[in-house]
Each structure stands twice: as C-alpha cells, then as structure tokens.
Design a protein around this ligand. Structure first.
Ligand code: RTP
Ligand code: MG
Length: 148
C-alpha cells in the first residue's frame, strides 16, 4: 500500500487549519500511520527542500518552514501520493482550484499551507527524513475494506 509524507506548514498551524486538513484526508478514506508536531531545524529544512537549493526563493523557503511548528504526517492508501497532491491544489494558491486546500485557504505561493510528496521517490525519502521506522504505526482499520 502506498504511503506519502504530508506536512501542515507553519502558516497552516498558526491559522488553526491542522484539524481541517487532517479531516479532509480522513474523510477521503486514507489512513494516518504517523504524525508529530515539530519545529524543523535549519539542517532538516535544507535537506527536505534540497532539490530547490539553487532556486532564488530557497533562503525564503527555508526561513519560512523553520519559522514555527509544523504538523508532519504519513498517510497511507491507494494512489495516496497523487491524490494528496490533487487535494492540496496547485503550488500557487492563486492558481489552485476551489475545493482544494490551497484553493480554499491560500493567497501566496510563499505561504501555501501544506506540503505533500510529489513522487514515490520523494515520499520514500521524506518519510525517512522525518520519521523513524518505529514511529510509523501498523494497525487494522476496518473502514479500509469498504474503500478500496
Ligand atoms: P511543496 O514541496 O512545499 O509541497 O510544494 P510544491 O511541491 O507544490 O512546490 P515546489 O515546486 O516543490 O516548491 C516548494 C515550495 O517553494 C515555494 N515556492 N516559491 N517564489 C516562488 O516562485 C516559489 N516557487 C515555489 C512554495 O512555497 C512551494 O510550496
Ligand atoms: Mg515540492
């Protein structure tokens, strides 16, 4: 079963959107297998966003993601990686469709509320970066058999 890394960014936490975001993925039928409330270090931020290190916005991005606590999660389900990206909406909230998280709540690309892994490779890398193996919980969830 596929897993993905999702994070409510500092703006989402400050605005009290953690519950809404968790609820969207729960109601979709995905299974929460890990979660923690943390403040990201400079080092972890630079690793997490390493693919953007040569971009002009890299410094601003690292400053923002380390500026306050985030809620980091791992979600499991059928095609969960692409489904979460669809539910998040476009990177720039100005282009994100209504009904998506960024479309409903975001205004600017710098503060776009939520992160989700963009591929199987990113998901594997990011889950490992943020969670130890024993922090990911395997459990039976009977709802699963009615969903996929
Ligand atoms: P994320 O990694 O945070 O889930 O976002 P994403 O995949 O939708 O977008 P990505 O291309 O990976 O960019 C990472 C984050 O960098 C900020 N950004 N700023 N100023 C700009 O033009 C610009 N472009 C990207 C955004 O906050 C984006 O989420
Ligand atoms: Mg990205």
């Amino acid at each position: 079963m596929e897993r993905t890394f999702v994070m409510v960014k500092p703006d989402g936490v400050q605005r009290g959107l953690v519950g809404d975001i968790v609820s969207r993925f729960e109601r979709k039928g995905f299974k929460l297998v890990g979660g923690k409330f943390i403040t990201i270090s400079q080092e972890l931020a630079e690793k997490h966003y390493g693919e953007h290190k040569d971009k002009p916005f890299f410094g601003e991005l690292v400053d923002f993601i380390t500026s306050g606590p985030v809620f980091a999660m791992v979600w499991e389900g059928e095609n969960v990686i692409s489904a979460v990206r669809t539910m998040m909406g476009a990177t720039n909230p100005a282009d994100a469709a209504p009904g998506t998280i960024r479309g409903d709540y975001g205004q600017t690309v710098a503060m776009n509320i939520v992160h989700g892994s963009d591929s199987k490779e990113s998901a594997a890398r990011e889950i490992k970066l943020f969670f130890a193996e024993d922090e990911l919980i395997s459990y039976d969830q009977t709802i699963s058999k009615w969903i996929s």
